[in-house]
Design a protein around this ligand. Structure first.
Ligand code: ADP
Length: 421
């Protein structure tokens, strides 16, 4: 299956999974709310029975809403008089058990105009009945001085959540399963990506070595042919071909070397005091033959006093060569501007070209090892996708920074900032 359709399927399924998880969560929330409502109704019904059985006396025309519920897990019930405290509590506990509300509660009584609860009981509800005990007086201030009973269920939330346990468990299992699938898919795609990257790298590698080797082989066969020494024009032509292809091979070998050096830490740098302008002049000289071949124009605008760097000259030169090489590679008739500038602490090197440029979305990828922009016409230009990774590693090793800006069809600029000594 093509990667694009696979991606579309994955994104669609991810959206569906997210939506179904959202719906499940909504249902769970709804169930919890319903349980809460049912709890309140059953408590109200039990309290109502206390009035009906004349254990409590008072005004309760609408029994279910005749008490007001506090924000916490308790209920206030105003009343006129109470027949028997103990019997009232026992009856309440039995009624709650009948409704299967096996949730322990505290029972407080606040008499008319009292500022403290005068009586407090704790009732432990178990499957074999209930246990009642009087509580030590605590400093609980009632919210109203009207005579009332306050019934509190400290474990109400846990009791309700316990009822949701099977739902919560299935929701949790679903989330774990989905996470495992997502994790496996991530690794599968990462593996697939690296497989394709490796495949492309090896294809490029084979192409980049095989072509010069076969050209050298043909060239040397021509040079071995009889009478070649008398044809100076052919002799020159084929020795030049062999020389160019050997240079190409040399360049490839250098790139492989850069690949092996990529990622190594600054301890491998041989630092010395380096003049920035000299560094750039050396890099330009290095790519001299390529400049001639491509009939490129290079403009160097040196800063009057660029300062000195404590750097590894060879590594930095190769990094600049890589950038110049790209500017030459990715432009038809290259016009390259190199410019140095400095601030108090840093020195900046800018390399601008008039090449094919690149879209902004690629900026964060191009410094990754083996990465090549997957645009058709770029692939006419051969490469391994390791140059910019090497440049970035070298700049990082020198505690510097590299930035890129580019406009497709217009050109690219790389800016390197390095700390001065
Ligand atoms: P390579 O050039 O071998 O592909 P690099 O690591 O040097 O590898 O560059 C990574 C990618 O960044 C290139 O494939 C190319 O698409 C893009 N790139 C680099 N430099 C330039 C440039 N000056 N202009 C346009 N594209 C560039």
């Amino acid at each position: 299956m093509k990667t694009r359709s696979l991606k579309a399927i994955l994104i669609t399924s991810a959206v569906f999974i997210a939506v179904s998880l959202g719906i499940q969560f909504y249902i769970l929330h709804h169930i919890y709310k319903n349980e809460l409502k049912q709890f309140d109704t059953q408590v109200a019904k039990s309290i109502n029975t206390l009035f009906e059985d004349q254990l409590l006396y008072g005004d309760h025309k609408n029994p279910i809403t005749n008490f007001f519920q506090s924000k916490s897990n308790g209920y206030y019930i105003p009343f006129d008089s109470i027949a028997d405290q103990q019997k009232t509590i026992d009856k309440l506990a039995r009624d709650l058990s009948d409704y299967e509300l096996m949730c322990s509660f505290h029972f407080y009584i606040c008499k008319q105009n009292e500022i403290r609860y005068s009586k407090m009981f704790a009732v432990e509800m178990g499957s074999n009945g209930f246990e009642k005990r009087e509580l030590q007086p605590i400093n609980l201030v009632p919210p109203t001085h009207v005579q009332h009973i306050y019934i509190e269920f400290p474990g109400k939330k846990d009791f309700l959540l316990k009822k949701l346990n099977p739902w919560l468990l299935s929701y949790l299992i679903l989330i774990i399963c989905l996470s495992v699938i997502a994790f496996s898919l991530y690794h599968f795609f990462k593996h697939r990506f690296w497989n394709s990257v490796q495949k492309e790298f090896i294809n490029n590698l084979v192409h980049e070595f095989r072509t010069p080797l076969s050209v050298i082989s043909i060239g040397s066969r021509v040079l071995q042919s009889n009478g070649i020494e008398n044809d100076s024009r052919r002799l020159k032509k084929y020795t030049k071909i062999i020389k160019d292809q050997t240079d190409q091979l040399q360049n490839n070998v250098n790139q492989m070397l850069e690949l092996s050096l990529s990622g190594k830490k600054s301890t491998y740098l041989h630092r010395e005091s380096v003049d920035v302008n000299t560094l750039i002049a050396n890099a330009i000289e290095w790519v001299g033959p390529l400049i001639q071949e491509k009939k490129a124009v290079i403009e160097f605008i040196p800063c009057a006093n660029p300062g000195r760097l404590n750097a590894d000259e060879t590594y930095l030169t190769r990094a600049l060569v890589n950038l110049l090489d790209n500017s030459l590679k990715y432009a038809n008739i290259p016009y390259i501007t190199l410019e140095t500038s400095n601030s108090e602490k840093n020195c900046s090197i800018s390399i601008r070209d008039n090449g094919i440029g690149m879209e902004k979305k690629y900026f964060k990828h191009i410094f990754r090892k083996y990465y090549r922009i997957p645009t058709g016409n770029i692939h006419n230009v051969k490469g391994f996708g390791i140059g910019l990774n090497f440049v970035k590693n070298v700049v990082n090793a020198h505690n510097g920074r590299i930035e890129v800006s580019s406009t497709p069809g217009k050109g690219t600029e790389f800016r390197i900032k390095l700390p001065l000594t």
